[in-house]
Design a binder for this molecule. Structure first.
Ligand SMILES: Cc1cc2nc3c(=O)[nH]c(=O)nc-3n(C[C@H](O)[C@H](O)[C@H](O)COP(=O)(O)O)c2cc1C
Length: 163
């Protein structure tokens, strides 16, 4: 279970993503943050709890999609971050619009700010999380949408350009 209280990392402004993964017809999606790792090759990292369904599926799938949430998806971020997908298909339960990825099998979420199709290249166990590093093999951006930000247990949109 995700606890925000007394959680120092709540002070880190984070991107909000939906990590989608599929193994032998079982699909799952969860809310997670993510971070840039490298641009050549293009690498992104997600840190996934050992207690999550997503953690069980990613090493088998060896691929996943990092769907960058848009400012229209606060409600979805809360829903997908509140339940485990072990016995429930969250994509069906929440009627999430999807489209096929172009290179990998995992499903992409249609109305996100961006979709990053990733091949798993590395996983690192640290504490009660696994850091999964994915190589972005295809991507799609919807520039009319804006990315969603999470900070101090609240959701934000980007503000004034400073420089
Ligand atoms: C804004 C937000 C960010 C989150 N970030 C992460 C994260 O980076 N890593 C993680 O393991 N869980 C994170 N969570 C919690 C998971 O989304 C939650 O435990 C989810 O139920 C796991 O789903 P699963 O068991 O179906 O994989 C976050 C939740 C929210 C609402």
């Amino acid at each position: 279970m995700w606890h925000y209280k007394d959680f120092i990392f709540g002070e880190l402004p984070c991107i909000v993503t939906f990590v989608s993964v599929e193994v032998n017809g079982q699909q799952n999606i969860m809310t997670a943050s993510g971070m840039f790792v490298s641009d050549a090759p293009p690498l992104i990292a997600i840190s996934i709890s050992k207690e999550s369904t997503t953690h069980r599926l990613i090493p088998k799938a060896k691929e996943f999609v990092v769907n960058l949430a848009s400012t229209d998806q606060v409600d979805l971020a809360e829903k997908l971050g509140a339940i485990h997908g072990e016995t429930i298909d969250k994509l069906k339960k929440f009627k999430i619009p999807t489209e096929p990825a172009s290179v990998i099998r995992s499903t992409m979420i249609t109305n996100c700010f961006a979709n990053l199709e990733c091949k798993l290249i590395h996983s690192i166990k640290e504490g009660n999380y696994i850091l999964y590093i994915g190589k972005v093999v295809a991507h799609k951006i919807r520039p009319k949408l804006k990315p969603l930000i999470w900070f101090e247990n609240h959701y934000f949109r980007l503000g004034k350009k400073l420089a």
